[in-house]
Ligand binder design. Structure first.
Ligand SMILES: Nc1nc2c(c(=O)[nH]1)N[C@H]1C(S)=C(S)[C@@H](COP(=O)(O)OP(=O)(O)OC[C@H]3O[C@@H](n4cnc5c(=O)[nH]c(N)nc54)[C@H](O)[C@@H]3O)O[C@H]1N2
Ligand SMILES: Nc1nc2c(c(=O)[nH]1)N[C@H]1C(S)=C(S)[C@@H](COP(=O)(O)OP(=O)(O)OC[C@H]3O[C@@H](n4cnc5c(=O)[nH]c(N)nc54)[C@H](O)[C@@H]3O)O[C@H]1N2
Ligand SMILES: [Mo]
Length: 746
């Protein structure tokens, strides 16, 4: 499914959490959203007495299993982590050798941490100073500790800073590259990691190759198509290198042709058609804008096993199509799990009734549009390709950046057939599978490589999954060496120190080898485009990671904030703090749409009219936009209607009774009508609403719009009708975890 809201990948794995001495969770609720994976957390607790720390604005089911729980104000995780770092640095609990040898820019973090004395952190985050001290002490003194995050960190205007801050905390403690440590980011959808790696994104090619002409040419070669033909598909060559619209704001592409708010930069044209494959659409922030955009399309197509509620919320009458897509059980192929490991799937049943698999729908479309031949030319046998094997093998041949060379269809199938031959904690294979880790977690550098269960682990040889940090941003910056320090290369390496990424020109010097003339004539320019695989093979023999051995960057000099800085959400309940910690400057042409930051934040005193924090999140019985599960009688029955968790004290102030209806009003002037659920899981300055409902819009039922017999068992207002404007400065993820609202009796 083409959904890429998650950010990053697990450095370790779910099983490896059993090796952790401490677990700290920021903005994730695995007891509800990853209940199978959560068993590993509980096993760590039972077996090793591992303590669980939960930082979340509401008391969740995960918090109920925690030893320490901090009820943080939404959008203030950076101050919380700087508060921890200040205590860590002052007590000398940081890992000085690790920082010295393997981290760039930590001095700047130390400097910024000084600005966060505990009283200030307590004031900004709303968490007691004593509790922060206790949490820090426990976490710093019980290593290795693992740091978990999910959507509570990413869905903010400064979400990308959050997701840099968390690894910095781990780097400071030397918690990276070790079993039981790492940043374990709990990914979302089934195969969302695979969708990200294949770059169902608008700003990169598959495997995170950039949009440079060099990358396009490499892909043209691997896809077996003419570069000029590819380039000819764009209005002019310059558009080939530009980022596209994002899922979060495609609607602006339809509406934004008029200059003003959300003005677009799209080669002088608006978007006219929308093709949706595996997204619920009502899950997009600002659903009323989404509706307006749907209404204004020339053509809307939804490929979905269920009635996509995008087709329900629109008033568009003509040229709206729902194509019956088959489900995952009716197709086969490789998918990628949250820990970077692959899984092969077999078809359980043939596509039922008139449904077709997603790939067949895409093939049919490509035929009608006249480029089926080019679309499939990369698969070895051209027209007679075998699906999905040849597609998987094409990926293995092409994607070097994250090391998918070893992911051939045959190897992945063998792993599927031998599930029982792997250890649940380490992923290590037995018997016939000896020498391989389950699912060959990437990077899997060659067709005989073991896979890499723990990223950045220098205590293993590269052949067995060891590696340093990637050398990606040059050899030095401002005179500071960016390569890893002396003696900090992976085990059993020809080269004991830091080294650059491997190229045709430096391979002999770095690996301390001699290539034959025949090898020299075949080898590619660098490890990322070496289709001969000679670089990777030679690297394995020499114990060298093809991508180099560098320092992790705590400072990213090209970002708006080179080191993570606290910035209040666009709509913050603390107007006093928005002056001290203002948002970013407005950003023109951010994925083709002008995006407001400071101008929105300062437009008015939002907190005066909208004094309550709006927190959104998930329920265990429903998924995403929810149609899939609300169409199930039994799952729908568990939460038959849309509701709002509200503290009785807050509800009382507004005269809202438990079980009565209430309105939630947003700063954009939208509103939803939902049932009040009294709950002590939220404090009296915030409310919580689940994201899984649709079928009611601003108090009005849309039930009459479902095709006969397709209405789900539960309908309700979409949370996203009232989630606020606000988009991450790097990724454009909506600020769906940091808005404001006002409430009233209905
Ligand atoms: N049952 C079920 N499971 C799912 C899904 C589902 O819909 N239903 N969806 C899947 C998908 S796509 C994803 S991405 C994952 C998401 O998994 P999670 O990220 O765990 O999901 P959420 O419940 O959206 O958010 C997690 C927590 O973040 C908290 N939070 C909100 N704002 C902040 C903040 O500013 N700081 C901090 N520290 N916490 C904050 C919320 O209160 C919430 O408890 O779940 C996956 N699993
Ligand atoms: N306010 C707020 N909004 C959020 C979030 C939040 O925390 N708060 N979370 C965000 C996140 S992380 C995510 S991932 C999104 C989730 O939002 P969506 O991605 O919209 O969620 P799903 O309901 O899982 O959508 C998947 C759709 O694909 C269909 N489908 C299932 N299997 C197949 C298949 O094999 N082929 C095809 N073609 N279709 C299939 C389903 O029927 C469904 O309609 O919501 C985002 N929106
Ligand atoms: Mo997600």
């Amino acid at each position: 499914m083409a959904n890429t809201w998650g950010y990053g990948a697990m450095t370790n794995s779910l099983g490896d959490i059993q090796n952790s001495k401490a677990i700290i969770i920021f903005g994730a609720n695995p007891a509800v959203n990853h209940p199978v994976g959560f068993q590993h957390f509980l096993k760590a607790k039972e077996r090793n007495n591992t303590k669980i720390i939960v930082v979340d604005p509401r008391y969740t089911k995960t918090a109920a299993k925690a030893d320490y729980y901090a009820q943080i104000r939404p959008g203030t995780d950076i101050p919380f982590m700087y508060g921890m770092l200040k205590i860590i640095f002052e007590n000398g609990w940081h890992d000085k050798n690790f920082i010295n040898d393997r981290v760039y820019g930590m001095e700047d973090i130390m400097k910024e941490a000084k600005n966060w004395p505990i009283e200030r952190v307590a004031d900004v985050t709303g968490v007691d100073a004593d509790l922060i001290v206790q949490i820090t002490k426990h976490y710093a003194q019980n290593t290795p500790g693992t740091l978990i995050w999910a959507m509570g960190l990413t869905q903010h205007t400064n979400g990308s800073s959050n997701t840099r801050m968390a690894p910095i905390l781990q780097l400071a403690l030397g918690n990276m590259g070790v079993e039981g440590g790492g940043c374990n980011i709990l990914r979302g959808h089934d195969n969302v990691q695979g969708a990200t790696d294949m770059c169902c994104l608008s700003h990169t090619l598959p495997g995170y190759y950039g949009l440079s002409e060099g990358s396009w040419k490499y892909f043209a070669k691997m896809w077996n198509v003419d570069f000029d033909w590819l380039q000819g598909r764009f209005k002019d060559p310059s558009w080939m290198g530009k980022k596209g619209f994002t899922l979060a704001r495609w609607w602006a592409g339809v509406l934004g042709e008029n200059p003003g708010e959300d003005a677009i930069h799209n080669a002088g044209t608006r978007l006219k058609a929308l093709f949706v494959m595996g997204n619920g659409i009502t899950s997009t922030a600002q659903t009323k804008k989404v509706k307006e955009a749907l209404d204004n399309l020339d053509l809307a197509v939804f490929c979905d096993p269920f009635v996509n509620e995008g087709a329900i919320i629109t008033d568009k009458q003509n040229d709206v199509y729902i194509l019956p897509a088959a489900t995952q059980f009716e197709t086969a192929g490789s998918v990628t799990a949250t820990n970077r490991s692959a899984q092969w799937r077999t078809e359980v049943v043939k596509p039922m009734y008139e449904s077709k698999t997603d790939q067949d729908i895409m093939f049919e479309l490509a035929k009608k549009l006249g480029f089926f031949e080019q679309l499939t030319a990369g698969m070895q046998k051209g027209k007679d390709f075998v699906w999905p094997d040849d597609a998987t093998n094409e990926i293995a041949r092409t994607i070097k950046t994250i090391g998918l060379t070893g992911w051939t269809a045959d190897r992945l199938k063998k792993h599927q057939e031998n599930w029982h031959m792997f250890d649940e904690v380490s992923g290590r294979g037995y018997g016939e599978m000896t020498g391989e880790y389950y699912g060959l977690p990437w990077p899997c550098w060659t067709t005989s490589h073991s896979g890499s269960p723990v990223l950045y682990n220098i205590n293993r040889s590269v052949k067995e999954g060891g590696m340093g940090f990637r050398n990606r941003f040059g050899l030095e910056h401002d005179g500071v060496d960016l390569l890893a320090g002396k003696g900090s290369a992976p085990k059993d390496s020809n080269n004991k120190d830091g080294y650059p990424e491997i190229t045709k020109d430096n391979i002999e010097a770095v690996l301390k080898i001699k290539l034959t003339e025949a090898e020299k004539s075949k080898i590619g320019k660098n490890w990322k485009v070496d289709t001969s695989n000679i670089i990777a093979e030679k690297c394995m023999e020499a114990g060298i990671a093809p991508y180099g051995n560098a320092k992790a960057r705590a400072k990213v000099w090209t970002f708006a904030d080179p080191i993570p800085k606290h910035r209040e959400p666009l709509h913050s309940p603390r107007t006093d703090l928005t002056k001290e910690y203002p948002s970013f400057a407005d950003k023109k042409d951010h994925y083709r749409v002008d995006t407001r930051y400071i101008s929105e934040q300062t437009k008015q005193d939002w907190a005066k009219d909208f004094p309550i924090n709006l927190v959104t999140g998930r329920l265990v019985n429903l998924n995403g936009a929810g149609m899939e599960n609300r169409a199930s009688k039994y799952l729908a029955k568990l939460t038959p209607e849309m509701f709002c968790d509200i503290h009785p004290d807050l509800a009382g102030t507004y005269g809202i009774r438990d079980g009565s209806m209430m309105w939630i009003h947003s700063p954009q002037g939208t509103k939803i009508k939902v049932k009040a659920h009294y709950s002590f899981s939220v404090s009296n300055d915030r409310v919580f609403i689940p994201i899984h409902f649709a079928g009611v819009m601003e108090g009005e039922s849309l039930l009459h719009k479902y095709p006969d017999g397709t209405a789900p068992y539960a309908t309700g207002e979409s949370a996203n009708t009232v989630t606020n404007y606000g988009y991450d400065i790097v990724t454009q993820i909506p600020e769906t975890k940091g808005g404001l609202c006002q409430i009233s009796r209905a």
